[in-house]
Design a protein around this ligand. Structure first.
Ligand SMILES: *Cc1c(COP(=O)(O)O)cnc(C)c1O
Length: 467
């Protein structure tokens, strides 16, 4: 299995190459040179498998034997062993047609654990085989840092340093990061804003000697392995609801377009998916695109669903490449114009092709709270992101009312206690395995927003762990 860049100017790589590289050298995103397509009997053969087993079968289609299924099976079993539900990602029926696919039973209570728990282990086996190490550095406003830390804790070939703006994350978010006291994990509380943290990380990557010396790497959502690891749960849900004999639809609360892109990939692989609904908050660039081919970036506005407060959905480039008939020059030109002008010129034919599969739906904060209240009265406690997904599933006309629709439930309600309290009057309790979060000791280092200080710290952290 070989991977090509959406911009066509980077050499093709194998799975390990795209895992470790993340972004292609030409600024593009990696995609398989050709998609594996499964027959009905091949889908049927996966019915009823335990989730880690199913995930190993799907992932093996993308690794080209390196690592092979014999390595992937125990790796994924271990990755999902720490989840708080024996089914890993259970399917819960909400009404006669709508189901919630709960992707939030991992260690940080959000769907990113589904990919990240396996990603950290994939890094480990790949680096060990090559006799290499990497240092993951990243900035977080609170939400994504903990998933990366939980993914990398105790990994032998990985050091990780996560920068957060001191005092500007919620206490749960901070504690989810700082109570991980594994030796290879370091948390930096920066005296500055999230933008300062992001600028420091960018500056470290731009410092070529430092980048090489520390072997810096990132685990952001453009990494192909993360997308690939999100495909199996769409397969599991569809098979449980009768695929390949029956069609299903999915509604996905969307930010960087990574999660819903994985659903699109499952469809591309032959899974009978009738419709994909993209849910947004007031940051509705994707909804405007799908409604009238208007992909114009605006300023990001904060909302109750912060993981979707995004204007530029980085993974959209992968869909764009496919919509443009896999033309890398056209993709590169379109992305260049988007960057320069803030508006993406998508040809009408490509836009129409997108609207055959995708529908968009946006909901403001008031509507989100209303939907959370409605769900609660029907017996289901949902976080704001999931509620946007369920509202979208009910609002968008179905292709066929007999087709079930599955909402990606992307966060546990306890991850967003303030919004849940406002909507329902109830404070959602943390799951038992996290109940002592407020008693666990924290470890963090405070630093000024200063590149020399941060680089000095990273170097010390890496040297200490290498010794
Ligand atoms: C990251 C995240 C999303 C958005 O997922 P994308 O892959 O970026 O589209 C939605 N909900 C929650 C809770 C998230 O953490």
């Amino acid at each position: 299995m070989r991977y090509i860049s959406t911009r066509g100017e980077a050499p093709p790589r194998d799975f390990e190459g795209v895992l470790l590289a993340g972004l292609a050298e030409d600024g593009g995103l990696f995609l398989p040179e050709s998609w594996p397509v499964l027959t009905a009997s091949e889908w049927r053969a996966m019915r009823g498998l335990p989730y880690p087993e199913l995930a190993a079968r799907i992932l093996a289609l993308f690794t080209g034997g390196q690592p092979g299924e014999a390595v992937l099976r125990p790796l994924l079993a271990e990755a999902y062993a720490g989840f708080g539900h024996p089914a890993v990602c259970p399917l819960v029926q909400l009404d006669h047609r709508v189901f919630a696919l709960e992707l939030f039973h991992g260690p940080t209570l959000a769907f990113k654990d589904m990919a990240m728990q396996a990603l950290g282990r994939l890094f480990d086996v790949t680096l060990a085989r090559r006799g290499e190490r990497v240092t993951i550095v990243g900035a977080t406003s609170g939400d994504t840092g903990s998933a990366a830390i939980e993914a990398c804790r105790d990994r032998a070939a990985v050091d990780i340093v996560i920068l957060h703006p001191e005092g500007r994350t919620s206490e749960v978010q901070r504690r989810q990061m700082t109570t991980v006291t594994s030796g290879n994990v370091a948390n930096l509380a920066i005296d500055g804003s999230f933008d300062d943290c992001q600028d420091l990380v960018k500056a470290m990557f731009a410092d070529a000697p430092f980048r090489t010396e520390m072997r810096l790497a990132a685990v952001n959502s453009i990494n192909w392995a993360r997308v690939a690891l999100q495909i199996p749960y769409y397969v599991a849900a569809a098979l449980a609801l009768g695929a390949p004999e029956r069609e299903v639809a999915f509604s996905v609360p969307t930010g960087n377009f990574g999660n819903v892109l994985a659903a699109w990939a499952a469809r591309r692989m032959g899974l009978p998916i009738a419709q994909l609904i993209v849910g947004s908050n007031r940051n509705d660039i994707l909804v405007r695109f799908l409604a009238n081919n208007d992909m114009t970036a605006r300023a990001v506005e904060p909302s109750l669903s912060p993981s979707m407060d995004i204007q530029v959905s980085s993974n959209f480039e992968r869909l764009l490449f496919e919509l443009l008939g896999r033309d890398p020059a056209a993709t590169a030109a379109t992305m260049r114009r988007f960057r320069a002008e803030g508006r993406m010129p998508v040809p009408d034919g490509a836009w129409q092709a997108a609207t055959q599969i995708f529908r968009g739906f946006a909901l403001d904060d008031a509507g989100t709270l209303e939907e959370m209240g409605r769900l609660f009265r029907q017996g289901y406690l949902a976080d704001p992101h999931t509620a946007i997904g369920t509202a979208a599933a009910r609002a968008v006309p179905p292709v066929d009312p007999a087709i079930p629709i599955v909402v990606a439930a992307t966060a546990h309600p306890a991850k967003f206690p303030d919004a849940v309290r406002r909507a329902t009057g109830l404070t959602p309790p943390l799951p038992l395995r996290l109940a002592d979060l407020y008693e666990r000791p924290e470890r963090l280092t405070r630093l000024p927003s200063d590149l020399r200080a941060v680089e000095g710290f990273v170097r010390g952290h890496v040297l200490r762990n290498a010794a």
